[in-house]
Design a protein around this ligand. Structure first.
Ligand code: FAD
Ligand code: SF4
Length: 514
């Protein structure tokens, strides 16, 4: 019985379910680089390099373990450039009896894969993705009957389930959450670890050349690619983070500093989401560092919460709410993103830093995504679907299941408050508190009106004012609405006019940077 096993770009795990139950001598693995996926949005060129190179290395890794891998490169003249076309061609090339596939991480791709058995005329088994801690069904059961899906409660269940940072039935250190000890603003003179760099080998260099050739106008710098592309590289980055970053991860998790794109962040999401690392092995390594006295509880708990809490939780929400989730727009926002989201060319220093490093590295850390680019898009009333497509395109770790709830839900409030009980909207003062960006800015963070006024300030009140019908009833917003009502009418008018003038001046993105 010959089995065809297609493996997608984010399924680069040796213990992928179809591999675990198949024998190398009875199987052909199919790996495909297809234009249909590479052009679904304007994926950053470094993201394409990372994924294609990691796929090619994974194919070699599997071959060295005795598997037969049929690999179709993007520039293969016969490539049909779609998964379905390549499945058909593979069935013509090999004498196949059945298909085994791990369920794709994206809703639309899963829907397509479900049609394969009928369309391709071979029995096809879709196996659940076992690389998450909570199954879709477990999450749906947890969510069933709840009025609010509070991540914190889901996270506690995941702690109990995994035993991570548990002291019998109680949380280690007597508390579930040590966030009150986290989130200090960073100082520029702190010693920050530089990210671990990997020189491109011949395989990666070939991919860099191909992506440069195939996508000459595509968004994202391609020079100086330093990310790892194998499981060994990913394990090295994990060790490096545990050794050099973890201790201060909690303290400076929300901090932002000019020309410091990475601070104490782990840069592990790309490897984790592509399947080169498993969530539990990361968390066990972090927990071991705590037990060895190398990291404090606030950093350890905060880090583990991101992985077994937030990451699993957003996946649960994605599968619970798709396919309608992608079209939600609770605030009725319709504006096109400004052109500087693709160029970084703006006088707003916080945005030019966050977008500039995104263009350079395909990376920004959480608070830059949430409180700089996300916050600004929210304040100007950008169409959440366009915002979602931007985030999906520009980050090296972006796959729809994790990106969509974060961008459309958490950052744009387009789901009406499923992920956050109030919008993550802020004026310049939050940015000033958590970063040193404002000191280097053309604008003055203290001003709300006038030519040098920080745009976040007037836009914040414009956002609050224009969404009052939707947000005023939200308990967590009542103080803000009281402040708006108390505001002097003339001042309020000036602020709103300042915001209107700023909005009128924005240049919408004219190209999709494909
Ligand atoms: P660290 O700061 O070191 O965090 C550790 C790990 O925790 C990450 O590697 C990640 O796996 C996990 N994590 C932390 N926060 C989240 C979260 N909110 N949701 C899911 N996992 C989380 N993360 C992605 O993996 N892919 C995305 O496409 C993505 N898009 C985002 C879009 C927006 C608007 C926002 C606000 C957040 C997004 N995130 C996304 C979450 C988070 O920003 C990234 O996981 C993180 O910045 C990755 O960098 P790191 O590995 O250095 O993370
Ligand atoms: Fe950003 Fe305003 Fe600060 Fe400038 S002053 S960096 S625009 S928050």
């Amino acid at each position: 019985m010959k089995t065809l096993i297609p493996i997608f770009a984010d399924q680069l795990s040796r213990d992928l379910p179809p591999l675990s139950i198949s024998e190398p001598e009875d199987s052909v693995i199919l790996m495909m680089e297809v234009r249909g996926e590479a052009t679904s949005v304007a994926h950053h060129r470094k993201k394409l390099v990372f994924l294609f190179s990691a796929m090619r290395h994974f194919a070699d890794d599997l071959r060295s373990r005795g598997w037969t891998v049929d690999y179709v490169t993007l520039d293969d003249a016969d490539n049909s450039q779609s998964f379905e076309g390549e499945m058909k061609r593979a069935l013509d090339r090999h004498d196949i009896d059945q298909i085994r596939v791990c369920e794709p991480s994206e809703y639309d791709v899963l829907e397509r894969v479900k049609t394969w058995e009928g369309d391709l005329g071979k029995p096809a088994t879709i196996m659940p993705d076992s690389r998450f801690l909570a199954t879709k069904e477990e999450f749906a059961e947890w969510a069933d009957g709840r009025k609010q899906y509070r991540m914190e409660y889901f996270y506690r269940d995941m702690r109990r389930k995994t035993g991570l940072l548990m002291d019998g039935d109680d949380p280690e250190g007597g508390q579930w959450n040590f966030d009150k000890d986290n989130r200090k603003p960073a100082k520029a003179d702190l010693f920050m670890p530089k990210p671990k760099r990997f020189d491109p080998d011949d395989i990666t260099q070939d991919v860099i050349d191909m992506v440069t050739r195939e996508f000459p106008n595509r968004f994202g710098d391609i020079d100086d690619f330093f990310y790892g592309v194998t499981r060994d590289d990913a394990l090295y980055v994990l060790d490096y983070f545990v050794e050099h970053g973890l201790e201060r991860f909690g303290d400076y998790q929300d901090a932002m500093l000019t020309d410091e794109p990475f601070l104490y962040h782990s840069l592990l999401s790309l490897y984790l989401n592509a399947g080169l690392l498993a969530p539990l092995e990361i968390c066990r390594a972090v927990e071991a560092a705590y037990k060895d006295g190398k990291a404090p509880i606030n950093a350890t708990e905060g880090y583990i919460r991101q992985i077994i809490g937030w990451r699993e939780y957003v996946r649960g929400i994605y599968w619970l709410r798709m396919p309608d989730y992608v079209s939600e727009n609770a605030l009725g926002a319709t504006r096109t993103l400004p052109d500087f989201y693709w160029t970084g060319d703006t006088d707003m220093h916080c945005l030019s830093q966050s977008i500039g490093q995104t263009k350079e590295h395909a990376y920004a850390h959480h608070i830059q995504r949430l409180m700089i680019t996300g916050n600004f898009a929210l304040l100007i009333g950008a169409d959440p679907k366009l915002v979602h497509e931007w985030y999906l395109a520009v980050y090296i770790d972006a796959f729809e299941w994790v990106e969509l709830p974060n961008s459309l839900g958490m950052s744009q409030f387009a789901d009406g408050g499923l992920l956050g009980s109030k919008p993550y909207a802020s004026s310049g003062s939050y940015i000033n508190r958590m970063s040193n960006y404002c000191g280097d800015c053309h604008y003055n963070v203290k001003d709300r009106t006038g030519p040098k006024a920080c745009p976040f300030n007037s836009l914040y009140w414009h956002f609050i004012d224009r969404n009052k019908d939707t947000l005023k009833g939200n308990n967590r917003m009542s103080m803000i609405y009281r402040n708006l009502e108390k505001m002097d009418e003339g001042v309020r008018k000036d602020i709103l006019e300042t915001a209107e003038a700023f909005l009128d001046d924005l240049t919408p993105a004219t190209s999709d940077y494909m």
